[in-house]
Design a protein around this ligand. Structure first.
Ligand code: ZN
Length: 1087
């Protein structure tokens, strides 16, 4: 009975009429005045006035209240996860009514709805209509999730649940439930959307009724709506007037009582198709759901259920409807919390209507996760889709994140993907990105096909204005005949609505509007691939000229992410050694550890979501995210310990061994626990007043050895003159002034000073600088260019800040340490230890900050004597060069950039690197390099970073290039200190893997996910140069095969075996990522 059912929607189009008349039978308005005719039509379907005579009130000719009762689920945020539907409906529900309020924020309220549909509505469509100014879910009496509701004054997205399309008289009374969440679609901001949430928000019930829907009026409303849009957008074009006059005559017909005549006029209009050159919009239904943002993870789980169920409901009536959903985590939540709904979704996946996209676990941040994290995002995402649905996503779908690493093309290729989609680059403040279709080339030369939907949005409503804007905005006109058009409400609005589908249907091929064809991403990319010979090329990162404060905000997210990534790396390495050495004896260890590591990785991957790791979410998110990170770190430690026990044997020995998971032989100062008797500690041991012991120890590559103290080739020294302290070891010499600034830095044996020019000009390192940090709007997200105009150096002579000057706190042959501190404000303090250890090529700054500022950013600034116009930054599996000048608007806009473990300024044979353990925001300008340390935004978390912080960075002067100076190696070592564990020293010294030759870094050594006992190595070329290396693997290797990010089994490589080692010669291209799969004599049968 619905209007569209009377409209032959899928009938073949009749041949074009022979007449040259535009629209036979359509009469133009008698007044030649579009200025009155156009609003007349709008008023007839949408005005809040004249509702007694226009179509608005006729849509729902009759309604009845439902009988309501209520039960408040005990507890606040996330408490609903403890309750089953059966438990809930067994509770005592109390009477409730319109006007009652429910809250506070994040609580859950259940309503029982009882009603009988009147017999006089027989033959009509009947809807349940709800208004609670909140999000809600409709449940059936037998516990099925039926549909989401999202209602509210400004963001009313979905208010009706269709009960029946054709009511039959005599139907029994009905019982439904509504689960109301005490939050709005965008959380609980009291005023502006990104205001910190009001914890005490209440929601008033404004509607709970059943209503009769007039399906003829519904169809006429949609017809008039689209004709009005066409007229509005196309006039003064001839086709706009044709739409206008058709709509005008429809209104006249309806007033005359001829509704079917009006309907026929519209149908006739929409039958007129486009010419063959019209642009096609690949219309793709979606609902971008942020996995946490202005709401916590627990609410996202319900947003997923509401959205997925809403789309299933639409699919019942619109067989052409296709819907895509990304983020395997969200599908996994659906399976875990809503298994019945998941089965229904699964059936539509099988039918090809409900499509997983993107291939990743979540839509992660595009800058900060390590290369290995990127790989795992895909590995866990694709594995989930393969296991549940037999589907492998073909595209990387990341519409909404804050910039895109220059190594993404290579990482995609490593994972078997060649198609990339985003739209966020349209947010850049300064420069308009010049393409919507292009070949994206990464730092290693890998390319992928990139598409930006030219509507610059992923939540279109399907209007004529959007369709025309999309085509007009396309930067590649004439190069491609198709563009993506992503439609549907996101974030709990539930995706596409019936109204959007109705408009899409009318516009699928209507003259004057691009063709709007319901498509899959595969349809879209398939056609783009056929046209990609026309596309231009973009090389390097996709730098978003906005949201660059997210490299720094919520410092704990970054610190814990880095720590978890390295701890998991260590655990996987040691587990692999155990599996390789012990074979089937490690079966149980392997299967248990794989399961534990899977869980741990998924917590890390979830936290890399693009509002969690970047720090742009509300405060309630972060304690939980910190807990997830900590659990992952604890799991990694546990696996590391168990694997070590398997390798060394459990022992009550107080003897210790030193563990090195990196591929380089190392000689470093370590802290030895006090209980260790040290009877075997030969050589020098430095004991502090606090009872700590330090020793210089050697560790073989990717292996371990007994802790044996060796004697340094020279002692570390501190000398003082006029309050200036000079620290010196075998590698470097640094002088620090009384305020903690570095005034001189030299590589041992070299006379070029990083901070002192030959003409005597003094430059300064380790300047702690505070800047005003008030963005235009996006508080947690943005640090604007003008912040650079407001520097205040905290630790300069005469700065006005109270500095406790530098003093010696430790002086011995192995470790020398200075300390100074400064009062940043009455509320905030910083104290710093500056340390030099024996054999260390870098000076370490261990920094403690009690941080309670308001809209300030603090950086460590190094103004150097290095002449260069480019800086290098560590990124995923490689590094990226960026200019240090502001020649162009593109260079100028990159005043705050993302880098990982290090950044470097170098002349061809000399330079300086800054290393760090947990920071990602950098500035490189002229001869200066700055590392962003802390921010203090107040929205959406007014307490962001208001606590104590500890972090380290280090200054490494070097001769030669950054490659010759092994900056990459030193940054790995800085982030991954040698670790000690109890084990009998009789285990001797061993090394599982060595790399002969320079450039290749073995980042990952992990047991394969299939549990076969194989081990996967992931290497990358780190110098940006072609290189030949030989791996020497000292495990019982049977075969080495090529592999990839999905751990596939490729061709076997030729290897040689001698002296219990397997040698694998490899050639790598610049920044290449390479996976190898090792099988052992006791590996299980490969699957
Ligand atoms: Zn988002």
């Amino acid at each position: 009975m619905r209007g569209s059912q009377t409209w032959p929607r899928h009938a073949a189009r009749p041949p074009k009429p022979p007449s040259r008349m535009a629209d036979p039978g359509v009469q133009a308005s008698i007044h030649k005045n579009a200025k009155t005719t156009l609003p007349r039509i709008y008023n007839y379907i949408a005005s809040s006035r004249f509702q007694d005579v226009n179509l608005v009130k006729r849509l729902y000719p009759d309604s009845r209240p439902v009988t309501l009762s209520h039960w408040a689920l005990p507890g606040g945020e996330g408490a609903w996860q403890q309750w089953s539907f059966d438990q809930i409906v067994a509770q005592d529900f109390s009477p409730a009514g319109i006007g009652d309020s429910f809250g506070p924020t994040w609580t859950t309220h259940w309503f029982k709805l009882e009603f009988s549909i009147p017999d006089e509505w027989a033959g009509s469509e009947v809807r349940l209509r709800w208004g609670s100014n909140s999000e809600a879910t409709v449940w059936s009496a037998d516990g099925r999730v039926l549909q989401g509701l999202s209602t509210g004054d400004a963001i009313s997205r979905r208010t009706d649940y269709p009960l029946t399309r054709n009511h039959e008289a005599g139907a029994p009374p009905s019982l439904y439930y509504v689960e109301m969440a005490a939050n709005k679609l965008f959380g609980a901001g009291p005023g502006d959307q990104i205001d910190p949430p009001d914890p005490n928000m209440y929601f008033t019930l404004s509607r709970a009724e059943i209503a009769q829907l007039d399906s003829t009026v519904y169809k006429l409303t949609r017809d008039l709506e689209v004709l009005h849009q066409l007229a509005q957008e196309l006039i003064p074009d001839q086709r706009g007037y044709q739409a206008l006059y058709t709509a005008n005559q429809m209104v006249n017909s309806i007033i005359a009582g001829n509704e079917s005549g009006a309907s026929d006029l519209a149908d006739e209009y929409f039958r007129k198709g486009n010419g063959q050159r019209a642009h096609t919009l690949a219309v793709i239904g979606n609902c971008h759901i942020d996995s946490a943002w202005l709401w916590p993870y627990s609410e996202t789980k319900r947003k997923v259920a509401r959205s997925f169920s809403s789309q299933l409901k639409l699919m019942e009536d619109y067989p052409e409807h296709l819907f895509v959903a990304s983020q395997a985590q969200q599908w996994a939540w659906c399976k875990q919390y809503y298994p019945e709904l998941f089965e229904r979704v699964k059936a539509q996946v099988t039918a090809g209507k409900f499509l997983p996209v993107g291939g990743t676990w979540v839509e992660m941040d595009g800058n900060i996760p390590s290369g290995e994290s990127f790989v795992r995002q895909f590995l866990h995402g694709q594995t989930f889709y393969q296991k549940e649905f037999g589907v492998t996503c073909k595209e990387f779908w990341l519409p909404d994140t804050f910039g895109y690493s220059a190594q993404i093309p290579a990482m995609m290729q490593h994972m078997g993907l060649t198609r990339f989609l985003t739209q966020k680059m349209s947010w850049s403040l300064v420069n308009k990105f010049p393409h919507h279709n292009f070949i994206w080339e990464g730092i290693d030369g890998s390319t992928v096909l990139a598409h930006f939907p030219p509507g610059d949005s992923y939540s279109m409503f399907v209007t004529v204005e959007e369709a025309l804007r999309t085509v007009n905005n396309l930067q590649d006109k004439g190069r491609a005949g198709i563009s993506a058009f992503l439609f549907g409400y996101g974030d709990g609005g539930g995706g596409p609505t019936q109204e959007m589908l109705e408009r899409r249907h009318r516009l699928q091929d209507t003259d004057g509007c691009p063709k709007m064809q319901m498509s899959t991403p595969d349809d879209l990319f398939g056609q783009l691939e056929a046209e990609q010979h026309n596309f231009c090329r973009w090389v390097g990162e996709l730098y978003l000229e906005l949201h660059n404060g997210t490299y720094t905000t919520q410092a704990a997210m970054k610190r814990l992410c880095r720590e978890a990534e390295f701890r998991l790396r260590d655990a996987e390495f040691l587990l692999s050694v155990g599996v390789g050495q012990l074979g089937s004896a490690a079966d149980q260890l392997l299967s248990e550890s794989l399961a534990e590591l899977d869980t741990a990785w998924k917590k890390v991957l979830l936290n890399q979501f693009h509002d969690v790791l970047p720090g742009s979410g509300i405060g309630i998110i972060y304690p939980q995210a910190e807990q997830y990170y900590q659990e992952a770190i604890d799991t990694a430690l546990s696996v590391w310990t168990k694997a070590g026990d398997a390798i060394f044997g459990t022992s009550s020995s107080t003897e210790q061994v030193v563990m090195n998971s990196l591929q380089w032989p190392r000689k470093e100062v370590v802290k030895i626990s006090g209980e260790y008797s040290g009877k075997d500690l030969l050589g020098v041991v430095q004991r502090t007043e606090a009872g700590e012991q330090y020793a210089l120890v050697d560790a073989p590559p990717m292996g371990s050895s007994p802790v044996l103290a060796s004697t340094p080739s020279r002692d570390v020294t501190i000398t003082e003159a006029d309050g200036f302290f000079t620290l010196e070891n075998e590698m470097l010499k640094a002088t620090v002034n009384p305020w903690g600034q570095v005034v001189s830095l030299l590589v041992a044996g070299d006379d070029r000073d990083v901070f002192l020019k030959a003409d005597g000009t003094q430059l300064l390192g380790n300047q702690l600088v505070l800047y005003d940090d008030e963005p235009l709007y996006w508080d947690a997200w943005d640090v604007m260019d003008y912040h650079l105009e407001t520097p205040k150096v905290l630790n300069a002579e005469g700065s006005g800040f109270a500095v406790t000057p530098v003093a010696v706190v430790e002086s011995g042959s192995l470790v020398a340490r200075l300390r100074w501190s400064v009062e940043i404000s009455p509320a905030s303090t910083l104290s710093q230890e500056i340390e030099l250890s024996s054999e260390s090529p870098f000076l370490v700054f261990s920094t403690y900050v009690s941080w309670h500022e308001n809209r300030k950013i603090m950086k460590a600034l190094f103004d150097t004597n290095i002449h260069t116009n480019k800086a290098s930054f560590d990124i995923q599996f490689g590094h990226l060069e960026r200019p240090t000048h502001m020649n162009t608007s593109w260079d100028s806009a990159r005043y705050e950039v993302c880098g990982h473990k290090w950044a470097d300024l170098s002349e061809p044979d000399w330079g300086m690197a800054v290393l760090n353990d947990s920071k990602y925001g950098w500035m490189a300008r002229a001869h200066s390099l700055a590392l962003s340390l802390l921010r203090s935004p107040k929205a959406p978390d007014d307490l962001a970073d208001m606590k104590d912080h500890f972090f380290k960075y280090a200054l490494m002067p070097h001769t030669g290039t950054l490659q010759e100076a092994q900056v990459v190696r030193r940054a790995y070592e800085f982030n991954n200190p040698l670790r000690l564990r109890h084990a009998p020293t009789s285990s001797g010294s061993w090394s599982a893997l060595e790399v002969e030759g320079a450039g290749a870094v073995v980042h990952t050594v992990k047991a394969t996910e299939d549990g076969s006992g194989d081990v996967l190595l992931r290497l990358f070329e780190s110098h940006g140069a072609k290189t030949k290396v030989t791996l020497r693997i000292k495990l019982p290797v049977l075969a080495v095969k090529e592999s990839d990010g999905m751990e596939g089994i490729g061709p076997e490589l030729s290897i040689t075996q001698e002296d219990e080692a397997t040698s694998v010669p490899l050639s790598l291209t610049p920044f290449q990522i390479l996976a190898l799969r090792l099988s052992f004599s006791e590996s299980k049968k490969e699957n």
